[in-house]
Ligand binder design. Structure first.
Ligand code: AHR
Length: 503
């Protein structure tokens, strides 16, 4: 066992951690929407207005703040009119991006807004810029948000929604450099500006337009779009996925990997930090006042699809390794919360690094879900200064820094409440962490310590749904030093009170 120090100072406040950093993404892809979320009103699976109750309950428990929809690549072939009105009259289309399967359009705007309402989260809608028109986009916004007597508002009312919905987050195009139209950044920026011109704030609704940002480490994209869009977009989005092997052709299995591939996965995840820093530097160069925020609206592990499943459905199991990936990424986003205003894990149910898996009436919460549950105290809290002695470990020639952390505080009635989240990616080493406060601060009262640790391959299955689950214990913490143990391959969260002496 090695001993390391985590220094934290609850009086050195940094930025507010936007709750939206804990956002998610749902696409008409594989079994995310149908089966995973929407089963229809006549289903035997308990539902409200066709939406699974078990899934909604699970998402409410992690206080899901914002949900992105309808894609992804699907967004740029989605025509919203196909998904409103009587279900039996809705037009079935071919989901050309994701397996050429029939999309019934039974889950459309009304169902998505209903889902957000049941969860209690903000909707984040991605407009079709690739195969849609400016008029179609403007009409959708009017349909959703206009409170007057226009024809489109009338149609919305006829379709069951009297009052307009409130819509804030609006993505204009998705991966416009790729599946969204293979555009050059110059062309995208001009097209964005035209769409943005017609995306009006109606009836007091205020849109928060998000431009399509870069693909991973494509710094050129950011450098070109920023000067052209900084006065037209509130944020740009970044997509970066962790591919275990680092290669698209053979990404690696979600459950079968050796130690080297495990550490490669950690290495690929840690690239996020450099990618964030470099894009933010470019953004700051063009926008020194930092008016434009960064949204990581697709992130997570992308493995080869589970054997025996449709490869276009991107269904993969979720292991303790994914929990480590989530723990690292969320700590990074917290640490960059001065500039990152939202992040959306890909995806919510049954796709990629899923929060939830379903099979018929069964549902399991994945190890990734556990991490979101453990980190939820950070939502809306203030990031404070913290630093840990870094340690390295690896296998097969791959060496990575294994410790990750972030600390936030909220002001409580009797003092400050701190949330400390840590992860240890080492497969062999236990670290005993001395959590140190400055001399004028001390831990006060019981600390609630949640520990998630298992073999890196361990997962929650329908047969054994609770194998990877956090254990919770309470310890009396006092003085300005407390000890916490990080077993190999673990994620820990600590909620504790901190009292500060008057200056
Ligand atoms: O999340 C799956 C796909 O990944 C999305 O549709 C697309 O935006 C990205 O390439």
């Amino acid at each position: 066992m090695k001993r390391v120090t985590l220094k934290m100072d609850v009086e050195r406040k940094k930025s507010r951690i936007a709750p939206e950093i804990y956002g998610q993404f749902s696409e008409h892809l594989g079994r995310c929407i149908y089966d995973g979320i929407y089963v229809g009103e006549n289903s035997k699976i308990p539902n409200e207005k066709g939406i699974r109750k078990d899934v909604v309950d699970a998402l409410r428990q992690v206080k899901l703040p914002v949900l992105r929809w309808p894609g992804g690549c699907f967004a740029d072939e989605y025509h919203w009119r196909d998904g409103v009105g009587a279900k039996e009259k809705r037009k079935p289309i071919v989901n050309t991006t994701w397996g050429g399967v029939v999309e019934t359009n039974h889950f459309g705007t009304h169902e998505f807004m209903e889902l957000c309402q049941q969860i209690g989260c903000e909707p984040y809608i991605a407009l079709n810029m690739g195969s849609g028109t400016v008029q179609e986009a403007a009409d959708w916004i009017e349909y959703m948000t206009y409170d007057g007597d226009s024809e489109l508002a009338g149609q919305r009312k006829e379709n069951g929604q009297e009052k307009p919905w409130r819509l804030k987050y609006l993505g204009i195009g998705n991966e416009s450099w790729g599946c969204g139209g293979s555009m050059r950044p110059e062309y995208y920026a001009d097209t964005y500006r035209m769409y943005h011109t017609f995306c009006r704030d109606l009836s007091g609704n205020e849109l928060f337009p998000v431009a399509c940002g870069p693909n991973g480490d494509d710094y050129h994209w950011t450098d070109v779009i920023m000067p052209l869009l900084k006065d037209h977009a509130k944020a740009i989005s970044l997509h970066y996925y962790t591919l275990p092997t680092g290669e698209w052709g053979h990404k690696g299995s979600a459950t079968e990997f050796d130690e080297k591939e495990y550490y490669q996965t950690v290495e690929q995840t840690l690239r996020m930090e450099d990618i964030l820093d470099r894009h933010l530097k470019i953004m700051d160069y063009h926008d020194p006042e930092q008016k434009v925020g960064l949204i990581v609206d697709e992130w997570g592990t992308w493995c080869d699809s589970e054997p025996g499943t449709n490869p276009c459905f991107l269904y993969q199991q979720n292991t303790m390794r994914d929990a480590i990936v989530a723990g690292i990424n969320l700590n990074l986003f917290n640490k960059h919360s001065d500039r990152i205003i939202m992040a959306n894990i890909a995806q919510m149910v049954n796709v990629l690094q899923a929060m939830i898996l379903t099979e018929g009436a069964q549902m399991v919460k994945t190890p990734t879900y556990e991490v979101f549950a453990m980190y939820q105290g950070h939502q809306g809290a203030t990031l404070v200064d913290s630093v840990i002695d870094q340690q390295w470990d690896g296998a097969g020639g791959v060496e990575v820094p294994v410790l990750s952390e972030s600390v936030s505080v909220t002001e409580g009635e009797g003092g400050k409440n701190a949330v400390i989240t840590l992860s240890n990616a080492s497969l062999g080493e236990t670290y005993q962490v001395a959590v140190n406060l400055p001399v004028n601060q001390r831990f006060a009262g019981k600390a609630k310590i949640s520990l998630l640790t298992e073999d890196a391959h361990a997962c929650n299955t329908f047969e054994n749904p609770e194998r990877v689950e956090a254990s919770v214990r309470k310890e009396e913490w006092s003085g300005n030093r407390a000890m916490v143990t990080l077993p190999p391959c673990s994620v820990v969260s600590i909620e504790c009170g901190v009292a500060c002496d008057e200056a």
